[in-house]
Design a binder for this molecule. Sequence first.
Ligand SMILES: [Zn+2]
Length: 339
Amino acid sequence: MLKFRMDELRYARNISFAPIGKKGQEKLCASTAAVIGLGAVGTPAAAYLARAGVNIILIDHDIVEKSNLQRQILYTEKDALGAVPKAEAAKMALESANPDINIDAYAEELTSRNMGELLGRADIVIDATDNLETRFRLNDWCVKNGKAWVFSAAIGDKGMSATMVPGSSCLRCFMPKAGAGMLPTCESEGIMGPAAGIAGAIGASEAIKYITGAGKPNTQLLHFRLLDMSFELIKINKDKACKTCGKREFEFLEGKGRVSARVCADAFQINYKGGIDIGLAEKRARKIPECRVLLASRTVLAVDMLGARVTLFGSGKAIVKNCATEAKAKNIAAKLVSA
Ligand SMILES: [Zn+2]
């Protein structure tokens, strides 16, 4: 059990809600939730959990941008102007809402290698990422380690949520394969802020239920659309032939599973086979006068350079945004990475 400070006045409304009560509140204060992806779904999820007294692990490798402010509720105009890493900006916002909890923030890429280190302490994981590869990897890791997690996603006016607990069906029971462009991105499709807010709030509510034992986890797939106000629960059957929870083959964790990434019109992805030495790339970046380093962690380097936003990942991926041609993107990345 974690040591915690329980201010009964702060949590009075949780305590007077009978299914949670004082016992449930003690469990919340002694628990930790990890939120992966601090965008439109992750920020409301983290906000509700932090305010409920849950200790938080925040993971996101991105930087706050102006176009995030329409829906990513922990950030301010100042964060966007200062290009503050989301993990850092979110930590500051949550600390000011509840100084009694522990908040660990990692501006890291979640990989098979660091998953155990970053998620090991969490009692439950909220997936609020926008890419399938991370989701499949997370599903593998959670099934392998018997960890509960909540799948949550939103796009346009639509949202989805499902909770996976040890022994229940898993993500691959209903999504056996991840195809190219299966999930459109909000850059291409747009999104209503409240759709993501609902998905995030449901994620937080599932975590609160799981931690306190109030109610039952939603092991079905919730799908909602706001324009016609439809909320639907689709039953997920546990698939005995499921590669992950049936056969216990963790191919995404082992790096064998692949998902094709969809990159937007003005962004290019370059892959470096042997990975990228982030420390070396950072040294190079700091020597280039027209290069501004925005984020430098163990696994991620983000810079503004020659009008483009370049994000490099230790696993070998480079994303160059605001760039007109692939040749130009490659050229810019090559200043930081040797192929
Ligand atoms: Zn499964």
